[in-house]
Design a protein around this ligand. Sequence first.
Ligand code: G3H
Ligand code: ZN
Length: 297
Amino acid sequence: MHALRDILEQAQKNGVAVGHFNVADLVMLKAVFAAAQELSVPVMVGVSEGEREFMGVPQIAALVKSLRGEADFPIFLNADHTHSLEKAVEAANAGFDAIVFDLSALPLDQNVRQTKEAVEVLKAINPNILVEGEIGDIGTGSEIHDDAPDLSRGLTAPAEAKQFVQSTRVDILAPAVGNMHGMLKSMVRGEVKKRLDIARITEIKQATRALMTLHGGSGTNDEDFRKAIAAGIDIVHINTELRVAWRRGLEDGLNKHPNEVAPYKILPFAVESVKQVARSRLKLFNSATTRVSAIPI
Ligand code: G3H
Ligand code: ZN
């Protein structure tokens, strides 16, 4: 079985990215796993602090471990957007493969100091755990927003990124490169797409040589995804698109079976709906550039 670091380094070499999908329940987890299995590509599932609270930290760790072990399949678990060392340690102790230690809301010097400390503490618990640090402003919340936030002043500067990676020794960097958490209503309708600052991604990659994650992937222009991956993005996070699909699938199941009360007869509609989105995103991320084909597993 591959370690997550090997999978990511292989992705980097192949010019593809590993899809990362947030899950909040068994419906979403089943859907993401089925999509990755169908395409035979590695996948990461993430749980934010809120998603973790709902699912339970040891419980989600046990579920992912069971899926990985049963089929010997490269599915990995990430503690997404973790804002305190206490919660990061809880996830590391539960056996998570990666932690996004997100202090991007703090001034840079405090972010550097506390992220460096977190890397040391987490690696002492598990030397193989991957720690991701974040600088810049990509907004908050995988939700449907009424207005677009002005994130232009929070874009990541390549020199700052280099200093951050060197000082903290994070394994992965999450930069702000035009990406934004959540979707606008116009994005849900498919009328507007997020656009990325590809030149900035290239410069940050050159400056840091670090593995890089693109957060806020929902609603992004497909061609920008391809270019971003070719420029050095190794992981892409998708959440809101799955949440929208989950809700639509659930409504569909309820509408089709107005008198049904057995969850296992209604919820497959939601699984299928989420799976379709995860599948199409995984397909795109794993054929992003013409450099090499998808990661063999
Ligand atoms: O960490 C989660 C993601 O960055 C998801 O962002 O909801 O815009 O896809 P999204
Ligand atoms: Zn994110």
